[in-house]
Design a protein around this ligand. Structure first.
Ligand SMILES: *Cc1c(COP(=O)(O)O)cnc(C)c1O
Length: 425
């Protein structure tokens, strides 16, 4: 018999109940393309005709995104490689609300165009009354690029040598500034920069002074730097990149600079990330006196760096929320971590509970140790946990695998237990 005749028909396969969920999720074209691939395998004799529908269903992605949800058991609250801040339930709900057609730039009362993201900007100004106005951009780097371009393109940006930082993945601040067409004017030394160093450098060529928080490292010992308040007296705009997005001082992170303090000290522009200590989606916050912010808003680059409706929605929900997962993780009492770790360890043969310091992460608080506990397992378990479903990312430290529940919502503890048992079996 001609083997071609044994290949199941396309329309019969597409009507197979096994493929109904995939059709709903991915659409007819994507499913049909996979059906054709599997029919080819049948033709080549690699696949039994009756297995064609099941093989098609298996080959199709289980979700519309290749991104996988993972459990962050590293104890690092703002893990850049794991997507920084996990969003609150309110922010996730806001994302879904905004996903369809929405009044992002439309006034339903008058039927005319309205200021994009006005609700989000108002929420930000409600949280930081010291700011006259604000902008929301793609990320912290974008906020910085817009500020230095608008204030200093073709002129000089004065920066301390102690603040020439690399922000991760090889991106360096000096390169970022240079890409805007501004010239860097470095002052001071790596460990010490004085007001006089800035004063000496400021002149007719100065576009702005840039004050950067070295958020991912600390210089200790014989050090000196100049505060925003002193720089603001030099008669040129001061751009303060506070990095982490702390809106006001917080006693948990006393060394972390914040937006309100920088504004009150006289900064013309303050920039920060929204997905670090603020606990929101990726975005860059830019705040300052109304006239300066308006000037930046009108710059052509602002349009290229703006955020989408999903970000605006999630950010507003984050700003209006009483609590966010990032701060729940940062403030989690060590005793609670110990109890949860002991419960997990009690169900896992060979597991022990050990003291384990959590970290704020690349987003801020360098050197800050959050006291806590973790479950210690053999080091080989880490890789098996990563390959599990859901994947669990633990920390390997001193030849053991530490499962730190700080950043794991407590409702996920049973899933972590199942994952650990599966990885050990
Ligand atoms: C994180 C950070 C940036 C970059 O912000 P992104 O939102 O990652 O673009 C810039 N400056 C400082 C001080 C930072 O901490």
């Amino acid at each position: 018999m001609d083997p071609r005749r044994r290949v199941p028909r396309t329309d019969a396969l597409l009507a197979d109940p096994l493929l109904a969920p995939a059709l709903e999720r991915l659409g007819r074209e994507a499913v049909k393309a996979e059906v054709v691939r599997q029919q080819e395998r049948v033709r080549r004799g690699e696949l039994a005709p009756e297995a064609c529908a099941a093989a098609t269903a298996d080959a199709l992605p289980v979700s519309g995104t290749s991104l996988q949800q993972v459990i962050n058991a590293t104890g690092v609250v703002l893990h850049t490689n794991l997507g920084r801040a996990p969003l609150s339930a309110a922010a996730v709900e806001a994302l879904a609300t905004a996903a369809g057609s929405t009044d992002v730039e439309f006034d339903l009362a008058t039927g005319t165009r309205a200021r994009r993201g006005r609700g989000t900007l108002q929420a930000l100004l409600d949280r930081v009354p010291a700011a006259g106005a604000a902008l929301v951009l793609n990320n912290g780097a974008a906020a910085l690029v817009l500020a230095t371009t608008a204030l200093a393109a073709g002129r000089e940006v004065v920066v301390s040598r102690g603040e020439m930082v690399e922000i991760g993945d090889g991106f360096r601040l000096p390169d970022l500034i240079a890409s805007t067409g501004a010239r860097l004017r470095e002052v001071g030394t790596t460990n010490r920069t004085h007001l006089g160093d800035y004063a000496h450098a400021v002149g007719p060529e100065t576009g702005c002074i840039l004050k950067v928080h070295p958020s991912n490292f600390r210089v200790e010992g014989f050090t000196s730097s100049v505060e925003v308040a002193e720089l603001a007296g030099l008669g040129v705009p001061v751009v303060a990149d506070v990095g982490s997005g702390l809106l006001a001082p917080d006693p948990l992170l006393p060394d972390e600079p914040d937006v309100r303090t920088a504004l009150l000290a006289g900064a013309s522009v303050v920039t920060a990330s929204a997905d670090k200590l603020l606990g929101g989606p990726q975005a860059g916050l830019l705040l300052g006196p109304a006239d300066v912010v308006e000037r930046l808003r009108r710059h052509p680059l602002a349009r290229a760096l703006r955020v989408d409706k999903l970000t605006l929605a999630a950010l507003e929900a984050t700003l209006r929320a009483a609590d966010v997962p990032v701060w729940q993780a940062l403030r989690l009492p060590a005793e609670v971590l110990r109890e949860r770790s002991e419960r997990l360890a009690a169900a896992v043969p060979g597991a022990t509970v050990v003291p384990s310091a959590g970290a704020v992460g690349g987003g801020g608080g360098p050197g800050v140790e959050l006291p806590g506990w973790a479950v210690a397992l053999p080091p080989a378990v880490a890789e098996r946990l990563r390959h599990g479903s859901p994947p669990v990312v633990a920390r390997v430290e001193r030849d053991r695998c530490l499962v730190d529940l700080r950043c794991v919502p407590e409702t996920h503890d049973p899933a972590v237990l199942q994952a650990v048992l599966a990885a050990l079996s």
